[in-house]
Design a protein around this ligand. Structure first.
Ligand code: ADP
Length: 617
């Protein structure tokens, strides 16, 4: 039970004092609860039932109340009752506040740990994950874990102590009778033991169904556009209904288990009470026990069974919390696949030579790239062309070590990337992808995002060069315009220009472009291309391209097919060779002489584009 908690000790350790204080206070409250019936016994046995001078007994001796008259005894007993109650109330209030406060802090810290760890996990991990599942783990599972931690401190610890105290007192005062009172305890524990595994498995099922629902949400609402335009709402809804019913059934099973537990415990408790009353009343009648003591026993019986009931109920909370703890530990104990090798050194400022030497790679098992050899000299522009699924994106993702090669090596300035510290390598590579995702924040933040503390001048200069300035000027809030999540409030071309500005701010020697102009119309493409031209100056560029406008300008083109480089050469050479390249979409019909591009309106402050680049097919 405590093993999963132990794994979260780092989050709990800084709060050890508050935890200890909180537990101390709830223990004090428990002691007061144990003390509460005794003043009542004094009232019944010594005030109500004795005539004249109260008899001597051990309890009065303990409190120095021997020799008091009845009125004095009544006053002392009632004052005691009040004081015990006040201490009990104060301690349980403060204890519960302290523990719940600590609980919130522990959860906050665990949540950050999980988030930070998730971020560090490699793409190979995230490829396999569903977003919704990760969301439920960092939210609901962390909450369940907190409830478990708090319950263990605020319910388990004091109740186990109360049980211990009361059992001891009863055994000391009247051992035979105590054994009768405790007779049903084994029955209670047996019930709990039987229930625990069932509740746990039901919780586990419910948690996994929760993740299914969250995944359905994230998958559907991250593609609302596609869903609505293909009128597939019905299918999504049916799927959601199914998952929801599965969750409901798992929840119902848990409810059935929980509902049965409490009445079962009640029945066992009444059995115990009947037993105690039967024997106790007999003993009071034949004078072997005082009425006051019977009352104490009855009060204790309740005080005994309440914690047992609490503990039985706690079964659910603890089982649920354990399942959540396991789900969180599953994440926390996954090591990032891509880490610095021991002895990896910081990358020097790279000149930009990139080489893939005999590189093979597969995502999971089957090999996708086979013995790729490819060189990019500093400042060179190398294009990768080929049919969809040939492995082009996979090739470029190996350069910043988003994945590690299975065989061969990736070299930067002649050094194996795995011998360099990951962060220092990635800081020197910029990527502009097909569809750039922006982050929630302003346009300014989105440009500044790539670099460590760029100056305002650097950000604005990059924005100017990337043609971001041109559309930002028309926005009332300018660079402070907030961007909606994933950048949906901007057009594809505008997002690409921001991504290029981001790469410019980063100012890296190596730039990777993965079809950055695909899906753009001719005019947008020209704006983006102008930005890209500036980005490429003096840098090594690896570009995945379909468009002739890009392919024509590359120093070398590698044609990839089924994970192998099948042709290499310049555009002209490859067209002349009449191989796969010449049969790629758009290549065969392309005139060898670039088409003239209609000049852009000069009103936006741009000089007409040179005619060197066609708009592609
Ligand atoms: P291209 O960029 O040429 O279209 P990709 O590099 O995207 O090709 O994909 C090459 C092959 O690798 C495809 O068969 C694709 O299904 C597979 N693939 C791509 N990404 C992943 C991934 N994250 N996990 C598993 N397989 C992948």
């Amino acid at each position: 039970m405590f093993i999963p908690l132990w794994r979260f000790r780092h989050s709990m350790a800084p709060r050890a004092w508050a935890l200890t204080g909180g537990v101390g206070l709830v223990i004090l409250a428990a002691v007061m609860q144990v003390a509460l019936p005794w003043p009542l016994k004094v009232v019944v046995d010594n005030v109500l039932q004795s005539s004249g001078k109260p008899p001597e007994n051990a309890l009065l001796r303990v409190f120095g109340a021997e020799g008091m008259d009845r009125l004095q005894l009544l006053t002392v007993a009632l004052a005691g009752l009040l004081v015990f109650t006040l201490i009990y109330a104060g301690a349980s209030y403060l204890g519960s506040r302290l523990l719940n406060g600590v609980g919130e802090r522990i959860t906050a810290s665990i949540r950050v740990d999980v988030f930070a760890h998730l971020q560090r996990l490699s793409l190979s991990f995230h490829d396999k994950q569903r977003l919704g599942d990760l969301v439920t783990r960092t939210t609901t599972d962390v909450d369940y874990l907190r409830t478990m931690i708090i319950s263990m401190m605020a319910v388990l610890v004091p109740n186990v102590l109360i049980l211990g105290f009361i059992a001891t007192i009863c055994l000391v005062v009247d051992p035979a009778f105590a054994l009768i009172a405790l007779a049903v305890a084994p029955l209670l524990f047996a019930t709990v033991l039987v229930y625990r595994p069932r509740v746990k498995s039901a919780s586990r099922a419910a948690r996994s169904k929760d993740s299914d629902i969250a995944s359905a949400m994230t998958e559907t609402f991250s593609s609302v556009r596609a869903m609505q335009s293909s009128t597939s709402e019905g299918r999504h809804e049916a799927d959601f209904r199914d998952r929801n019913i599965a969750r409901m059934n798992a929840g119902l099973r848990l409810v059935r288990l929980q509902s049965a537990l409490s009445p079962l415990v009640d029945v066992i408790v009444v059995l115990g009470t009947v037993l105690v009353l039967w024997v106790g009343v007999g003993r009071v009648l034949d004078g072997t026990m005082t009425l006051g003591l019977l009352l104490v026993f009855l009060a204790y019986l309740k005080a005994l069974y309440d914690p047992m009931k609490e503990l039985a109920k706690l079964t659910t909370v603890i089982s649920r919390g354990q399942v959540s703890a396991e789900r969180l530990l599953e994440i926390l104990s996954t090591a990032p696949a891509i880490v610095d090798r021991p002895g990896a050194r910081p990358a020097p400022r790279l000149k930009g030579a990139v080489e893939l030497r005999e590189v093979s790679f597969g995502y999971a098992g089957s090999e996708i790239l086979h013995a790729i050899n490819l060189r990019v000299e500093p400042g060179q522009m190398v294009a990768i062309a080929g049919p969809t699924g040939a492995g082009k994106s996979t090739v470029v993702s190996l350069i910043p070590r988003l994945y590690d090669v299975t065989h061969g090596s990736v070299l930067l300035d002649g050094i194996d990337v795995r011998d360099l510290q990951l962060a220092t390598v990635r800081k020197q590579i910029s990527m502009v992808l097909q569809d750039s995702i922006l982050f929630r924040g302003t346009i300014y933040d989105n440009i500044a995002y790539g670099a460590d503390h760029p100056t305002r001048e650097q950000v604005l200069a990059a924005a100017e060069v990337a043609n971001v300035d041109e559309f930002v000027r028309t926005l009332p809030l300018g660079y402070d315009t907030p961007v909606a999540e994933r950048g949906v409030s901007l057009s594809g071309g505008q997002r690409q220009r921001i991504a290029i500005a981001r790469a410019l701010v980063r100012d890296t020697p190596i730039v990777i472009l993965d079809e950055p102009t695909s899906g753009l119309d001719a005019i947008s493409e020209q704006y983006v291309m102008r930005g890209l031209d500036r980005l490429m100056i003096g840098r090594s560029v690896i570009v995945i391209a379909h468009r002739l406008s890009t392919l024509r300008r590359a120093d070398v083109i590698h044609v990839l097919d089924h994970g192998r480089i099948v042709e290499t050469g310049s555009h002209r050479e490859l067209v002349a060779a009449n191989g796969l390249y010449s049969r790629l979409d758009g290549i065969q019909h392309a005139p060898d002489i670039p088409r003239l591009v209609k000049p852009l309106p000069t009103a936006v402050g741009m000089t007409p584009l040179s005619t060197e680049f066609g708009t592609g097919p």
